[in-house]
Structure formats: structure tokens, C-alpha cells
Design a binder for this molecule. Structure first.
Ligand code: FES
Ligand code: FE
Length: 453
């Protein structure tokens, strides 16, 4: 089958709530995604705490391209394509570190941490044989590493887009920003910010990357998947039930989506500050005391201000996060139509006591990641669903996304947001509708209608 741009509206029929399995298994569609989504949208590349010092680097991905997140000697942050401009060799084959230059192992072209091929005082960069072999005729200024044109540091998270015409990151986020900020900086920029602890977990899962994004954006329906871990008492809640009232507080999470932007959240509407609840897994005296102090400081500072809170959320296309503990950032890198690489960053307050960081680190590892007791349930579902959707007959039949269709209503206080209750597939429809718009090749002026920003 040859897929043309006009076919995407048929593959994703949000009116009837039917979405073709092809978008989760088809190689041609996957190739289009790389071009039409991953070279245009804003993508999470890393966190500033991974590159704290000049000449630090962290190797990341944007779509199927390897990129290097660097901090140069002037403390500027860059995102560079990890491919030598001579014959394409990977100039950095480490995950993370500090270097004076990226020296290509093939023929020796060497680039500074801001991507230049041109010598600068104190930097070991340049081209071997520049005088003898190139006769000084190579334009070194023009042959530095490809630099991503749009890079933003948003409360420590680094985002990038290859598209020079992309809207600003803040316009791209819209009011979804409130939820992201609540996760990144729940102390409103007044203290030391957040940092990534314990490195970054990376592992591959045999499923399409969209399965994970959809799960985080609003799948409140899959509680049954985690029943066994909760029932036998080996899960994070130590047998109390992850989603009981005790562990989620006295209020209900609802599904809030941003139809024009493709983002969504399982979280709370803006509300007045409430005392911190103590989820079962956090009943460690050090964490409780720390949470109480953070809460009291915030009330003193903000008074009766409205706040939002996030359970889980997704930012289009492939970034998700948890906003309460565990505060994690996740990226689902596309590897093929039926394989992704999951990356997980774990966040703590930079200036939290070490004991608090240690308790949270243990909790994060027990909950999330390749060995996490809860997340492995999800991965099993995604893998078997992918496997069972590849068959010749199976892929003729669409998935059903009809739950709550037509019942979403606007949310007061959040621009461009709708909510459809605590269990609905509204946000999945929002996600795939946005996906179809990008896949149809719409321009930014069509993708970013004024009312959404
Ligand atoms: Fe890098 Fe030749 S490929 S110097
Ligand atoms: Fe889950």
C-alpha cells in the first residue's frame, strides 16, 4: 500500500472513534513519521543537570538521529548532529562526559563543543592536512557539525526542534505548560530547581512508540493491568492499592486534554493549594518532613493561589512525565514501526536532603523503568498488542477509541483545554488527531490556530 498524505484522516477517524492498526505497525507510515513529525515538533533532548560544566556533553536522540547536547566554554547550550561532516562517522560514541573536542576517529576532523571545525585558542579542533591536502581551500566555517536551530532551556529541561519555522516552545505548549511546570519546578523557581538523579535508564520495547504516549496522556482505564502487583503487596504501595483514596489524596484525577495542541494530562483542574497528602509509598519520615516544609514555604509565598497538579501527562509527540512522586521524565524514541527505545530521567529537588533523594531513588526504581514492578505490566501489554496487531487479518481491523466520545467540555481557567471526566478516551483521540494533522503535512499556520495559543 502506498500511503498518501490525504489518507491520514481516514486512518484516524476520531468521529467514529476508530483508528487503524496500520499506524502502529506499518513501515511506510513510520518513515513518514520521522520526516513529518520528528523533524518539525519540539522534542525533549535532555536536562541541564546532565551537563553542568563547560565542555560537558550528553548524547541524545531526535527521531532516528543521534544528537549531542553540549555546554560550550561560554556556558551556551547546543544540540549538534552526531555525524561527521566529512563521511558521516559518529563523532561521539560515549553516552555522556566532558571533552575539549569531538575528534572523528575516521580521518581526524575535530570539532569544538559548540560544533565549530575552526581552530580557536586552546581548542584542539581543525582538519588534518588542511594545508598539504586541502591546499587551505576547505571552507572550515561552513563544515562544522550541523547545529539544531531551535534550542530552549525550560526550567532545566532542554527542548529542540529542527524546523526554523516552528512556533516558540511556549506557544507549542500552551496552557499545558502549567502542568509541566508543576512537575519540573513545584517550588515556583524560588529554590535550587530540579536535577536528574542516578543517570538515565534506557531500554528497548518491541512496540510502536505511540503506545506509551497514549498510556501516559490519559489511560485511566488500565488499572486492571496493575492489580496483581497491588494485590500481592509487592508493588509500590506495599499492598494498599496504588489508586486508593489514601494514596491519591481526597480529590479525583480527571482527564484534561488540549485538542489544538495534542497534549494531555491525568491531573487536577486548577485549585487552591492543599496540604500534601502522604502516599503510602512515601511514608518515610524524611520525605514526609521534607514535603511538609516545601508545602508550608509555598503557602507562605503564594498565599491562596490556584495550582495545578499532574499525575501523568504527555507532550506531543513523544515526551511524557509524572508530576507528583515519582517525578519522572520519559521519552519514547522511535526505532522502527514496532520498536521504541524508552528513556527515563528521574527528578528530585536539587537541594533536597540526601536521605530524601535516596528514598525517592529507591521508590523510582521499584516503580518505573525496565525492572520497575508497575511499568513492566504496561510494557507487556504494549508488546503483545503490537505482536497481535501485525497479522494480515488483524491489521484490517481498527482499534476502538469510542469511550466518552462527544462528552468533553471546555475547562474554565485553562486556555484551549477540554475535560471528559476521570475515565475517557478523549485524550487518545486528541493525540491521534494531532498526529494525523502532522502526518497530512499541514503548515504551522494550520497547526497552530490562534485560539490555542
Ligand atoms: Fe570524520 Fe572523515 S568521517 S573525518
Ligand atoms: Fe500503567
Amino acid at each position: 500500500m502506498t500511503i498518501t498524505p490525504d489518507m491520514y484522516e481516514r486512518l484516524v477517524n476520531v468521529k467514529t472513534g476508530e483508528i487503524s492498526r496500520e499506524i502502529f505497525v506499518n513501515d511506510e507510515i513510520y518513515t513518514h513519521e520521522l520526516e513529518r513529525i520528528f523533524t518539525r515538533a519540539w522534542l525533549l533532548v535532555g536536562h541541564e543537570s546532565l551537563i553542568p560544566n563547560p565542555d560537558d556533553f550528553f548524547v541524545s536522540r531526535m527521531g532516528n538521529d543521534s544528537v549531542i547536547l553540549t555546554r560550550d566554554r561560554q556556558n551556551n547550550i547546543h544540540v549538534l548532529l552526531n555525524s561527521c561532516m566529512h563521511r558521516g562517522m559518529k563523532v561521539c560514541r560515549y553516552d555522556q562526559g566532558n571533552t575539549r573536542s569531538f575528534s572523528c576517529p575516521y580521518h581526524g576532523w575535530s570539532y569544538s563543543t559548540d560544533g565549530r571545525l575552526v581552530e580557536a585558542p586552546g581548542q584542539l579542533v581543525g582538519v588534518p592536512g588542511f594545508e598539504e591536502h586541502y591546499r587551505c581551500e576547505l571552507d572550515k566555517k561552513a563544515w562544522g557539525l550541523v547545529r539544531c536551530p531551535n534550542v530552549v532551556n525550560h526550567k532545566g529541561t532542554i527542548w529542540a526542534s529542527w524546523d526554523e519555522n516552528a512556533p516558540s516552545f511556549h506557544d507549542y505548549l500552551g496552557d499545558m505548560r502549567l502542568y509541566l511546570d508543576a512537575a519540573l519546578d513545584h517550588r515556583d523557581g524560588t529554590e535550587g530547581g530540579s536535577e536528574v538523579i542516578g543517570g538515565v535508564q534506557k531500554w528497548r520495547v518491541k512496540c510502536n512508540w505511540k503506545f506509551a504516549v497514549e498510556n501516559f496522556i490519559g489511560d485511566h482505564y488500565h488499572n486492571i493491568s496493575h492489580r496483581s502487583v497491588d494485590l500481592v503487596g509487592i508493588g509500590p504501595s506495599a499492598g494498599r492499592g496504588r489508586r486508593d483514596m489514601e494514596s491519591t489524596g481526597s480529590f479525583q484525577n480527571i482527564i484534561i486534554g488540549f485538542p489544538a495542541l495534542g497534549h494531555g494530562v491525568i491531573g487536577h483542574l486548577p485549585r487552591y493549594e492543599e496540604p500534601p497528602y502522604a502516599p503510602a509509598y512515601q511514608r518515610h519520615p524524611a520525605v514526609q518532613e521534607y514535603d511538609r516544609q516545601v508545602y508550608e514555604a509555598r503557602v507562605k509565598r503564594l498565599g491562596n493561589k490556584m495550582r495545578v497538579a499532574t499525575g501523568a501527562a504527555s507532550i506531543f509527540p513523544n515526551m511524557s512525565f509524572h508530576g507528583r512522586q515519582p517525578r519522572t521524565l520519559a521519552v519514547f524514541h522511535p526505532i522502527s514501526a514496532t520498536e521504541m527505545e524508552m528513556w527515563r530521567f528521574y527528578l528530585v529537588d536539587k537541594d533536597a536532603p540526601q536521605e530524601v533523594k535516596d528514598v525517592l531513588r529507591h521508590y523510582y526504581l521499584r516503580y518505573s523503568g525496565p525492572g520497575g514492578l508497575t511499568e513492566s505490566d504496561d510494557m507487556e501489554n504494549w508488546m503483545y498488542a503490537s505482536e497481535a496487531s501485525r497479522g494480515t487479518i488483524a491489521r484490517r481491523h481498527p482499534y476502538n477509541y469510542q469511550m466518552g466520545n462527544g462528552y468533553a467540555k471546555p475547562v474554565e481557567g485553562l486556555k484551549g483545554a477540554v475535560q471528559g471526566g476521570d475515565t475517557t478516551e478523549e485524550n487518545a483521540r486528541i493525540l491521534y488527531n494531532r498526529w494525523a494533522q502532522f502526518m497530512a503535512g499541514k503548515s504551522w499556520s494550520e497547526l497552530m490556530p490562534a485560539q490555542s495559543v
